[in-house]
Structures are given as structure tokens and as C-alpha cells.
Design a protein around this ligand. Structure first.
Ligand code: NAD
Length: 365
């Protein structure tokens, strides 16, 4: 049966990078017998302008019935003064909570050809390929009680770090399932020496690991993990951690790779349904100029093929094509360092498809 993918371009460069992803999906459908049905919807500022809501009911309905969702980006200066609940970002948060997307997957991959764009020495990052699995809907960002109160005549701010066993179990399972498709090593990051909540985290992750005898589990305190990420990042394969630790560690890992225009992400629920999106925002400074790097979105398509649509071979093909265009020296402005050819959004998207086509002919020869 055909898989249904909902395309939500959103705002700014969202529509430009989405156009390249859509061309790619159509190519896979027509040339690789990938049975897929593509639908589009409005989200973010674009949806607010047309319907008066950043997450119209029609979009939500389509998202509920889709097998996977691909999102471009939302937001921009035009909507910054709107009331909080009408801002474009509410569209994104609404989709996450409505679909129960609790597992955020952020790969950090340093392409050998781009290793000199990293802030670390080339030999430390070239060939880096790690995956951070961050718990996205619980922990200290959502725990109650929270607030600012006055105690003994002075103000005090307080938040609550809380995880239920079931929340830890499901994110641990998600991480081990990802590791199963990679090199089967999981590092669980906590602060179990200081925080009881993460002492429980450590216990539960250790229990869940027993269901995956082929996978190796180690534990690391978050301060050490931050240090190890910049000291020797290639020691990691899959890192699983809490919402706040994951927020911080995934940004450190992102910097290892050089450009935000290269970073895909996925947010999954417990049925494997996912929303896939580039890590970057709507980049109003370059919107409409054919300057945006579409590779983060194209790599998000690859993640979608692997994690929600059970098409690992097609995902590998897309990844190979991205490697191939980089090896040919093609660069969008954000990753152009002087060597090779600087190209626009459309040319980069076309090159990935051409490379897929070349791979097709090579395989059928
Ligand atoms: P941004 O990621 O949009 O841009 C930061 C910088 O990176 C800019 O200089 C931009 O030109 C560049 N950049 C981003 N993506 C690029 C790409 N694909 N190719 C080349 N260069 C790229 O972050 P920002 O400027 O802080 O935010 C702009 C808007 O996007 C804001 O409204 C913000 O709220 C929103 N935002 C949305 C998301 C999302 O939709 N998931 C994420 C972050 C920010």
C-alpha cells in the first residue's frame, strides 16, 4: 500500500528546501517504484496568513492520517508580534504534542569533504557519524510545579525535573531500536551521582537494555559527555539522554559538523510515526534568493525513509548521492570555502537527483 507523506513547507526558506525534497520524492516514486502519496498542508506563518491559525485543523487531520511528515521551517519577522498562541512556532509545538512525538533524533555527521568547516581539528571529526536521541516531551522543561515565587522576602525561581518510569522506558526502547540499525552501541547520559531522577533513568535504561542483547550499553555523566564530545567525538554511536541534557549536547554535536544547512532531524512517537525536519529555521536573511542549502531537508527525507517508511535501501541511496555531490565539489554558499563550485538551492537539489539517476544506471548496468 502506498505510504502517505504530508509535506509542510512553512515559511521563509521552508518552501525552497521543500521544493527540492519534493522533487526527490517524486523521482524515487517514478524511478524506484517507491509507492508514495504526497499531500501538502499549511503550517506556521503561512497558515496564519491564510487561515488565521499556525496549525489549522485541516493540517492536523492530515498529519494524523499520514505515515510521516516532512516540515520545512516556520517563523519570521512578519509574525513576531503576534500573541504567543498564534505564533508560527506554536504550529510546530502543536504537531509535536498532538502526535506524541517524544523521541528526537539528531544525527551529527561530518562529511569528509566538509571537515575543515568544523571548529575542531579535521582528524577529530572527519567521518564522524553519531546520533543523539533526546527525550522531547518530559523532564525539567515540562515538570510541575514551576514558577517564580517570593520566599522570605526574596524571589526564587524553581522548576521540577521529573520522569516517570514509562517515559524513560519508551525513550530507551527508541534509542536501542535506532542503535540496532547502526553499530549497536548506546551511551546513556545522566547525572545519576547528583539527581535522583536520573538515578532512576540509569536503572530503567539498564533494564531496557536486557531486551537488546546484541547492543552494548554504557553510562556517562553529562559533564563528562560534554567533554568527550569535543575531545573524541568518534567514540560515540548513539547517545540517549533527557530533554535538557539532549538540548545542550545536540547543539555541541551540531557545531562539530560545520554548517546548520547540513543537519536533519526526526521526532518519533511510539508507533514509529515521525515528523522530519531540518534543524535550521526559516532563514529570513536569505529567503527567496535561491541560496538556502537543501541538503538538511534532503537528509531528513533519508531519515524518514529509514525510520518511518522501512526503506533503508532508498535511504542509503539518498545518503550516497549527497556524498557524491559533495565529492563533485558542489557547495551552497553556507558550506563554500573557496574550492569547488558555489551553487544555488535548485542546482544542489538537481545535482542530488542526477547523482541518484547515475547510481540507478550503474546498478542496472
Ligand atoms: P535560522 O536557522 O533560520 O538562521 C540562522 C543562520 O543560518 C542565518 O544566517 C541563515 O541564513 C543560516 N541558515 C539557516 N538555514 C540555512 C540553510 N539551509 N542554508 C544556508 N544557510 C542557512 O535561525 P534564526 O535566524 O535564529 O531564526 C529565523 C526564524 O526561524 C525565526 O523566526 C525562528 O523562530 C525560526 N526558527 C524556526 C525553526 C524551525 O522551524 N524548526 C528552528 C529555528 C528557528
Amino acid at each position: 500500500m502506498a505510504k502517505k507523506i504530508l509535506l509542510l513547507a512553512g515559511d521563509g526558506i521552508g518552501s525552497e528546501v521543500m521544493a527540492e525534497a519534493e522533487k526527490l520524492l517524486i523521482f524515487l516514486r517514478d524511478e524506484h517504484a517507491f509507492q508514495v502519496e504526497l499531500e501538502s498542508g499549511l503550517v506556521g506563518g503561512a497558515a496564519y496568513d491564510e487561515i488565521g491559525s499556525p496549525l489549522p485543523e485541516d493540517t492536523l487531520q492530515k498529519a494524523r492520517t499520514a505515515d510521516a511528515i516532512l516540515l520545512g521551517a516556520v517563523g519570521g519577522p512578519a509574525w513576531e508580534r503576534l500573541p504567543f498562541d498564534q505564533r508560527p512556532e506554536r504550529g510546530l509545538l502543536g504537531l509535536r504534542s498532538e502526535l506524541g512525538l517524544f523521541a528526537n533524533l539528531r544525527p551529527a555527521i561530518t562529511y569528509t569533504q566538509l571537515a575543515d568547516a568544523s571548529s575542531l581539528k579535521t582528524e577529530l571529526v572527519a567521518g564522524l557519524d553519531l546520533m543523539i536521541v533526546r527525550e522531547l516531551t518530559g523532564g525539567i522543561y515540562f515538570g510541575q510545579p514551576r514558577g517564580i515565587r517570593t520566599v522570605g522576602g526574596e524571589r526564587e525561581g524553581f522548576n521540577t525535573l521529573v520522569y516517570r518510569e514509562s517515559e524513560i522506558e519508551r525513550i530507551a526502547h527508541a534509542a536501542f531500536r535506532v542503535a540496532d540499525k547502526r553499530s549497536k552501541r548506546v551511551c546513556s547520559v545522566d547525572k545519576a551521582n547528583v539527581l535522583e531522577c536520573t538515578e532512576l533513568w540509569r536503572e530503567v535504561v539498564t533494564e531496557v537494555a536486557k531486551h537488546y542483547p546484541g547492543c552494548e550499553l554504557i553510562h556517562m555523566y553529562v559533564d563528562n559527555a560534554a567533554m568527550q564530545l569535543v575531545r573524541q567525538p568518534k567514540q560515540f554511536d548513539v547517545i540517549v539522554t533527557t530533554n535538557m541534557f539532549g538540548d545542550i549536547l545536540s547543539d555541541i554535536a551540531a557545531m562539530l559538523t560545520g554548517s546548520i544547512g547540513m543537519l536533519p532531524s526526526a521526532s518519533l512517537n511510539d508507533q514509529g510515526k515521525g515528523m522530519y525536519e531540518p534543524v535550521h529555521g526559516s532563514a529570513p536573511d536569505i529567503a527567496g534568493l535561491d541560496k538556502a542549502n537543501p541538503l538538511a531537508t534532503i537528509l531528513s527525507v533519508s531519515m524518514m525513509l529509514r525510520y518511518s517508511l522501512d526503506q533503508a535501501e532508498l535511504a542509503d541511496l539518498v545518503n550516497q548521492s549527497v556524498h557524491s555531490v559533495l565529492a563533485q565539489g558542489l557547495r551552497t554558499a553556507d558550506i563554500f570555502t573557496g574550492a569547488g563550485q558555489c551553487v544555488g538551492t535548485k542546482q544542489m537539489g538537481d545535482a542530488v537527483i542526477a547523482s541518484l539517476g547515475a547510481e540507478n544506471s550503474r546498478q542496472s548496468a
